[in-house]
Structure formats: structure tokens, C-alpha cells
Design a protein around this ligand. Structure first.
Ligand code: UD1
Ligand code: UDP
Length: 364
């Protein structure tokens, strides 16, 4: 059976890598890896870390690409690939434009589509934008829904997806994390070990503009008020983020700005961190498993499990909330301890295996 595995951006590569590697071990599966390269450098970083070479690479990324041009170019290019390759099954992960375009391209060619990390919902089409729409739309066109948690399965049932089409697998981000965290990890950036480390990432489209400036102002004040702290911030290359972050934060002595880190140094940075401040989906899933508290720079999340367990807290792109909550975790050991518990609500490291089992049954 010819299975095409799609990757477009950094998180898709991280979360698809365990699936690709597990499928490649199956005698019944002919695996083809398609990179849309919606991200270029950040995708390549991850693919080379996991030793996966794409069979097809569309090299689609353009600087500061708009959603419409990206979607339109993807649809045309993906359709050509599907026509040429004629896969029996196509898989994609998550809620990026690559995933939505691939689900639609498969629907038009009547090729069954498997959605990895299915069923995440905020129930608000504007947040996150455009990801909520991408995953809802892809979900309508999906044959196999690989839901990471029971709560994501419940979301799909609420939308009328049939029970037998949904498998709770755990999130493959934990498979990737366990594969990586077991290795010798080096950060490769010199830090002052006498200072507590706060790791920051931010890239959400709905935060572009004023909300992102609030985030930067809060980080600046936090750094200025706490000289015993250093903030490490690998800056996302999206110009809407990068230009502002460097403009507002590069002069602050205890804030280190750098390019996106390779996956394994980033895991090393997470493990060294006292606290993480982020709007990333993947980081919200990984950090609890490593026992690091996360303040999420969003007003809502499609990943409620860690919030319910009290190890992740939503602070929005809100200057006061970011400052107050971060300061509390720096000053109050009890509050910190309550959030720094190692829990893994998103997976047990066997997500890829469960996905393989479902596809194997289909193939038999
Ligand atoms: C995309 C996804 C988002 C995901 C995020 C993960 C969409 C609409 N957005 O957001 O869901 O959470 O990736 O990081 O699918 N760029 C580079 N080099 C890279 C990557 C990006 O220069 O390796 C720059 C380019 O100027 C590019 C821009 O970032 O045009 C935006 O990339 P895009 O994939 O459209 O959006 P992201 O904000 O990265
Ligand atoms: N990550 C990385 N280098 C970095 C920042 C993040 O490898 O400098 C990893 C992180 O471990 C997580 C993933 O990238 O697995 C999250 O990607 P991102 O935040 O870009 O996207 P999201 O998860 O929000 O879709």
C-alpha cells in the first residue's frame, strides 16, 4: 500500500517523523514523504535531525506569504503530485495551510485522507487564525481521525463524526520528545548558569501587531525587574514577528534573541528552563511532560488538558497578566511547585504505533 506522508512546517515534521519512521519499518507499506516546504529552513532543520529525506519537495515557501496565495499554489502543486504518484492513502498532521490544502486535494482526487492530531477545537473560528478553520475543514474531509486525547475525540463526536472513524492515539509529539530527550542534548548557546532561564517562543497570526508589542513590552519589563533571570528567545522567522522582536528587545542585556533552534537544542533549552512563556501548540504539549510550567500567550487553547491539570496557564497577549503571573512564579515557591509537576496528558510515546495499527488493518 502506497502511503504518502505530508509535511509542511516545523511542527508537522516533528509530529510526523515518528509516524514516517514507524511506517518505514512495515513491509506492507510503501512510504512516500512529500514536503510542501511551506517552511523552508525550519522544516529542513527537523527533517535532517530525524534523518528523513523527502521523496518530493515542492519548495513552496515565499517570503511573507499570504494565506490566499499559499493555499492556491499548494492546491495546484498537490494535485499534480497526487495525479502522478497515485497514493492509496495520504496522511497529514495538524492545522496548517498545508494540511487543509492536502485534505481538499485528496477529496477532489477521491484519495482517503488520514488526519493526525485530529479533533482539537477552540470552537472559535477566529482563534487561532486560520488554524481552527483549517482543522475543522480538514476534519470534514478525513477518513481516519487520529485524535490525540479523549477530549479531542469528544469534539469530533460532537461534530457528528462516527465513533468507528476515530482512534485515540496520543499525540506523536510525545513520541518525538521521548526519542529525542533520551539522547545527549546540547544547547550550544552560552548561558549564565547563576540566572534562572525563561524560554520564550511566539508566532501566532492573531497576535500580530499590537498584541505582539504587548508581549514584547512585558518581556522587557520582566527582564529589567529581575536581573537574576535571563530570557532566551529563539525568534520565529515570520517578518511580522522577527522585525518587532529585534526592534523592541535586542538592547535588553538579559534577553538573548537567536534564530530558531534546531529541535534537539530546543529540547535542551526547555529542560534547562525555570519557566516557558509561549503561544506554541507543540510547546504546550511538551513542557508538561518535562515538568516545566508554561504561561500561554493566548486567551484560549485547543489543548485544555494541561490547563485543567494546573501545569499550563493562559495569560493572553496581556501585558499585566504576563508580568504578574511570571513574577508570581519567580517569587512564590509554592505557586511554582504546583505548576512544575511532570505530567503527560498528551501522550505516552506510542502514538505512531497506534496509527500504524489502524492503517495495517485497512491494508489487510
Ligand atoms: C505556520 C502555520 C502555523 C504554525 C506555524 C508553526 C499556517 C497558516 N500557519 O505559521 O499554523 O503554527 O507555521 O511555526 O499554516 N519563514 C521563513 N523560514 C522558515 C519558515 C518561515 O523565512 O523556515 C517566514 C517566511 O517569510 C514565510 C513566513 O515566515 O512567508 C510565514 O510562514 P507561514 O508558514 O505562512 O506562517 P507561520 O507564521 O510560520
Ligand atoms: N521548536 C524548535 N525550535 C525552536 C522553537 C520550537 O525545534 O526554536 C519546536 C518545539 O519543540 C515544538 C515545535 O517546534 O515541538 C513547535 O513549533 P511551533 O511553535 O513553530 O508551532 P506550533 O506547535 O505552534 O504549531
Amino acid at each position: 500500500m502506497k502511503i504518502m506522508c505530508t509535511v509542511g512546517t516545523r511542527p508537522e515534521a516533528i509530529k510526523m517523523a515518528p509516524v514516517i519512521l514507524a511506517l518505514k519499518e512495515q513491509s506492507w507499506a510503501e512510504v512516500r514523504v512529500l514536503a510542501t516546504a511551506q517552511h523552508r529552513h525550519m522544516l529542513d532543520q527537523v527533517m535532517s535531525f530525524f534523518g528523513i529525506v523527502p521523496d518530493i519537495d515542492l519548495n513552496i515557501m515565499k517570503p511573507n506569504q499570504t494565506l490566499t496565495e499559499l493555499t492556491a499554489r499548494l492546491l495546484l502543486e498537490l494535485d499534480k503530485v497526487l495525479l502522478e504518484e497515485k497514493p492509496d492513502v495520504v496522511l497529514a498532521q495538524g492545522d496548517t495551510t498545508t494540511v487543509f490544502a492536502m485534505s481538499l486535494a485528496c477529496f477532489y482526487r477521491r484519495i482517503p485522507f488520514g488526519h493526525v492530531e485530529a479533533g482539537l477545537r477552540t470552537w472559535d473560528m477566529q482563534n487561532p487564525f486560520p488554524e481552527e478553520a483549517n482543522r475543522v475543514l480538514a476534519g470534514r474531509l478525513t477518513k481516519w481521525h487520529f485524535a490525540p486525547t479523549q477530549s479531542s475525540k469528544n469534539n469530533l463526536l460532537r461534530e457528528g463524526i462516527a465513533n468507528q472513524d476515530i482512534t485515540v492515539t496520543g499525540n506523536t509529539v510525545i513520541d518525538a520528545l521521548l526519542m529525542t530527550a533520551a539522547k545527549d542534548l546540547t544547547l550550544g548557546i552560552e548561558l549564565d548558569d547563576s540566572k534562572r532561564l525563561i524560554l520564550v517562543t511566539s508566532h501566532r497570526r492573531e497576535n500580530f501587531g499590537a498584541p505582539f508589542k504587548n508581549i514584547c513590552r512585558a518581556l522587557k519589563t520582566l527582564a529589567e525587574r529581575n536581573q537574576d533571570v535571563q530570557i532566551l528567545y529563539p525568534v520565529h522567522p515570520n517578518p511580522n514577528v522577527k522585525d518587532i522582536a529585534y526592534e523592541m528587545l535586542s538592547e535588553v542585556p538579559n534577553i538573548i534573541l537567536c534564530d530558531p533552534l534546531d529541535y534537539s537544542p530546543f529540547i535542551a533549552a526547555m529542560k534547562k528552563s525555570y519557566l516557558i512563556i509561549s503561544d506554541s501548540g507543540g510547546v504546550q504539549e511538551e513542557a508538561p511532560a518535562l515538568g516545566i510550567p508554561v504561561l500561554v500567550l493566548r486567551d484560549e487553547t485547543e489543548r485544555p488538558e494541561a490547563v485543567d491539570m494546573g501545569v499550563v496557564k493562559l495569560v493572553g497577549p496581556n501585558y499585566d497578566l504576563i508580568l504578574n503571573e511570571a513574577q508570581r512564579l519567580l517569587d512564590d515557591p509554592q505557586a511554582y511547585k504546583a505548576m512544575a509537576r511532570g505530567v503527560s496528558p498528551y501522550g505516552d510515546g506510542k502514538g505512531a504505533q497506534r496509527i500504524v495499527e489502524v492503517l495495517k488493518e485497512f491494508c489487510a
